[in-house]
Design a protein around this ligand. Structure first.
Ligand code: TIU
Length: 220
């Protein structure tokens, strides 16, 4: 068993049964002129996560861990986008034409993962229509087929897709660790509160650590 320094207490894991899940590191959330910015957010707040994410991704690859990438988005005909989601934000953004193609539509540049963190051969990419990565996807089956019991989460945004996925995973019996400098939010106060909620009450949802501690456990 290996250990990562974490809160509220150290996180025990075996690399062979642990997956790194990179959540929604897509142009539409991280870069200017995408979905995040159209919703009125300052996307530069998410840029700080890219470098630490790159370091954790490299360490996970070196440790031969399973790496999974997720992307939030929809079919071009939007048949998998529920009306309630389509009109959130007070306006229809999803599916409209933006500078990086149609917003949050699969196959468009805005929907794809940023080049710094691009998947390599053998790393499953899970396309998800919702905020949680388990909702209407084959993620659970991929984890089970690979004997995964522990998840290290990176990505955006802390209180939306990362938090929803952490809760879904915890309820399915996975041990979830979030790398705090590898997750980001458009709202610093939500970021902090979202992380505090995960680790409260003796890791009620999971553990919080950082890229440095994770990397030193993965590639000592
Ligand atoms: N808006 C926001 O904070 N997030 C999302 O819509 N999706 C993800 O977090 N990926």
């Amino acid at each position: 068993m290996k250990h990562i320094e974490a809160q509220p207490f150290n996180y025990a894991f075996e690399p062979a049964s642990t997956a790194l899940v990179m959540i929604d590191m897509q142009h539409d959330f991280v870069k200017p002129r995408g979905f995040g910015e159209m919703l009125g957010n300052d996307v530069s707040l998410l840029e700080a996560t890219v470098q630490p994410c790159m370091r954790v991704l490299a360490a996970a690859r070196q440790a031969r861990m399973l790496v999974i990438h997720t992307r939030e988005g929809h079919r071009p005909d939007l048949s998998d986008c529920l009306p309630a989601k389509l009109t959130r934000g007070g306006k229809t953004f999803i599916g409209t034409q933006g500078p990086m193609g149609r917003i949050l539509v699969r196959g468009e540049k805005g929907h794809d993962i940023i080049s710094e963190l691009y998947p390599i051969a053998g790393e499953p990419v899970v396309d998800k229509p919702g905020k949680g990565a388990f909702c209407q996807t084959d993620l659970h089956m991929i984890l089970q087929a690979n004997g995964i019991r522990s998840l290290i989460l990176c990505g955006v945004t802390t209180e939306v897709c990362v938090n929803t996925t952490a809760r879904e995973a915890n309820d399915r019996g996975f041990e979830v660790l979030i790398a705090e400098d590898c997750v980001g939010s458009y709202f610093p106060e939500f970021h902090r509160a979202a992380l505090d909620m995960i680790k409260a009450q003796g890791a009620i949802v999971g553990w919080i650590s950082d890229s440095r501690s994770i990397i030193s456990a993965l590639v000592p």
